[in-house]
Design a binder for this molecule. Structure first.
Ligand code: GUN
Length: 305
């Protein structure tokens, strides 16, 4: 029997990718054009390498073109900026993603700031962030969009919606916490942003109908911080030692939430891995199609609306 309290991010992401693939097929037949995503990777960070490999695979599977640009760890900031500028100028490139984190000697703000906002499929430029905060149309950051989709699906299953619910976001990062707060606000949630300095974090979390954990601290959110019937979206992906003596690998991935204990109270909860993670790439592909359409003034295929 399927576990209804488990939010299957893998399956929901596969559905989003199917929609993207059908939108791409529509653009190909209407305009004889396949959108193109360019990914820039600097250095050898193992987690980033896995993300980039998966992005490449799923971009191609959806029928789009995927370009990869790899630099060694010691590349100069100017060389990365030069590449971003050439991708901006290339009319055949619809989306640009610079994989983060960049090495310490490179100014991330400068590199991201160089991306043409029309191609900012990560939603990280000042223009994209400004548009989101003003409630204007624009490209939205992928992980927060994925989090909203998962929360919506979970509530929808129980005949409920996000409107009017109290959404507590733990974490205030530019990549996830802040944009997620604005996106849940757009869904008419009452939003609280909590963080490491929040007094009585447990109390604040217990008031959440929707709890989004995005702090990057393994198992920080305890089971008894979850209100009965809350929806829990765990954005954390933390690699920790595997203490199970029978484990095949020395490390494993856990979220920011103590999953087993939280599941006892939650209406629905995302697992790690297999929750929010797969949604990020699916939403990136979706953004690439949206960017391609906006840049060319084409109608967005209905399946993506
Ligand atoms: N590294 C981890 N997550 C992300 C993301 O969403 N975008 C970028 N650019 N880098 C990341």
């Amino acid at each position: 029997m399927t576990d209804v309290s488990l939010i299957d991010g893998k399956a929901i992401a596969a559905d989003v990718r199917t929609e993207v693939a059908s939108a791409v097929a529509e653009l190909k037949s209407a305009h004889d054009y396949a959108p193109t995503l360019a990914v820039v990777l600097v250095g050898e960070d193992p987690a980033s390498q896995v993300y980039v490999r998966n992005k490449h695979k799923f971009t191609r599977e959806s029928g789009m073109r995927s370009l990869e640009h790899k630099f060694s760890e010691d590349v100069s900031e100017d060389s990365v900026v030069k590449l971003v500028r050439s991708l901006n100028a290339d009319p055949a490139v619809d989306g640009i993603l610079v994989q983060l984190p960049l090495p310490k000697h490179i100014n991330t703000d400068r590199v991201i700031g160089e991306i043409d906002p029309a191609k900012d499929v990560d939603g990280l430029t000042e223009i994209s962030a400004g548009r989101l905060s003003l409630g204007r149309e624009g490209l939205r950051p992928c992980t927060p969009v994925g989090s909203v989709i998962l929360a919506k699906k979970a509530l929808d299953f129980h005949g409920e919606s996000l409107s009017g619910k109290h959404c507590v976001i733990v974490g205030r990062s530019i990549l996830v916490g802040k944009p997620a707060a604005l996106l849940f606000l757009e869904e008419n949630c009452t939003v609280t942003i909590a963080h490491s300095r929040t007094q009585d974090l447990a109390y604040v979390c217990r008031s959440a109908d929707i709890l989004v954990a995005a702090v990057g601290r393994p198992l920080m959110v305890k089971g008894d911080w979850i209100k009965n019937g809350a929806v829990v979206i765990d954005v954390g992906i933390n690699r920790v030692p595997n203490t199970n003596p029978k484990a095949k690998r020395p490390t494993k991935l856990v979220g920011d939430v103590d999953f087993k204990a939280a599941k006892e109270n939650a209406l629905a909860i995302t697992p790690v891995p297999g929750g929010v993670g797969p949604m990020t790439i699916a939403c990136l592909l979706r953004n690439t199609v949206l960017a391609a359409c906006a840049r060319r003034d084409w109608d967005v295929p209905e399946v993506l609306l």
